[in-house]
Design a protein around this ligand. Sequence first.
Ligand code: PMP
Length: 404
Amino acid sequence: LSAVPPSAAGGPFTLEAEFQRDLDPRKVNLIIGAYRDDWARPWQLRAVAEAKKQLKVESSFHEYLPLQGSSEFIKSAKRLIFGDNIVNEMSESIASIQTVSGTGANSLIAKFLDKHTRCNNIWLPDPTWVNHKDIWEVNAPRILMRCYPYYSDSIHALDFDQMLHILTNEAQQGDAILLHACAHNPTGQDPTEEQWNKIARLCQAKKLFVIFDSAYQGFASGDLDRDAWAVRHFTSFSDLEIAVCQSFSKNLGLYGERVGALHVVMTRSPHTTAIHVQDRLVDLHRAFVSMAPLFGCRVANHIFQNQELQDMWHADLTTMSGRISSMRNALYSELLRLRTPGDWAHAKNQVGMFSYTGLTKEEVEVLRTKYHIYMLPSGRASVCGLTNANVKYVAQAIHNVVTG
Ligand code: PMP
């Protein structure tokens, strides 16, 4: 074992450990993608607290779930992402399995495509969530990872023409493409409905297998249906094959409980295909983790089954997305007031948990060493780490760093 090489240092969790060791009282954590309240504390959703109370968890058993997961949970998870109409029409063409949250769903679809299809390339957006590359490398060694341009640093916006250009010219029939369903991580920049439509047509023309990573439903707009628009729109194309990796970490605040699902929609195949796909997913999952965890899914399920708790959940989503958007506006107003050079409109216009600030690696380093403000070297800042108490300090530090 002495030949085992050390792991490459870096990444959000190394930075987080460094933040924890930092004793400066002014320190600000803009690293990890988890919601924080206006006192920078973790926040339990009211719906979750109430569900746990009603479930009387002290007396519940801890049996295994079935291999495909809880059937009630899967039914509700499907309805949340696809909506009633699609589920009522196409239920038999959708294979679904409960997974170890979004990471588990991404890993499972990578393993599945590697083992059971002839997919040769997976197209990932550039940039994307840092873990996507590791997930595909570890789980799909046969499939080549390719990147399509997604975001232009110079205009702080989607690089849409380049994205379509590269995919049109280089993607091959049968390749897979990964799309963030909403609140793109790390850029906070989503396509418009018109752009989504063009992407769908391209996927249709090139017969690409579409993988939606849906980790932030409800976090972009505060509305679960609106944030599922792209997924539902793609599903309306009768000849697209689609997978959805669904996470409830952020929208239910059940991060550590690992609640999620993987759905595969087969619009152009006979429904026996859905059964075969479902069985293969279960087989792979069995070898990998057996079945997903029980506790978080029980809490989620209780909320999904109970109208009063669902209303509470929707209000919780408004609280979280509302606070994030007010922090975006506060940061933007401060930078404007300070007359910080550059156009900072992207700080307020991007959606979801993150702001892709456009700060360089060197500027991020100065923010950390001189001002004890921590964010990813790419300039990605978790807006949840901003509070009414620290936003002025952060804006002033950004101003100082930019004006050098
Ligand atoms: N996809 C994206 C784009 C993410 O940002 C995240 C969480 N950071 C995930 C998937 C997975 O999160 P989890 O495994 O907690 O569901």
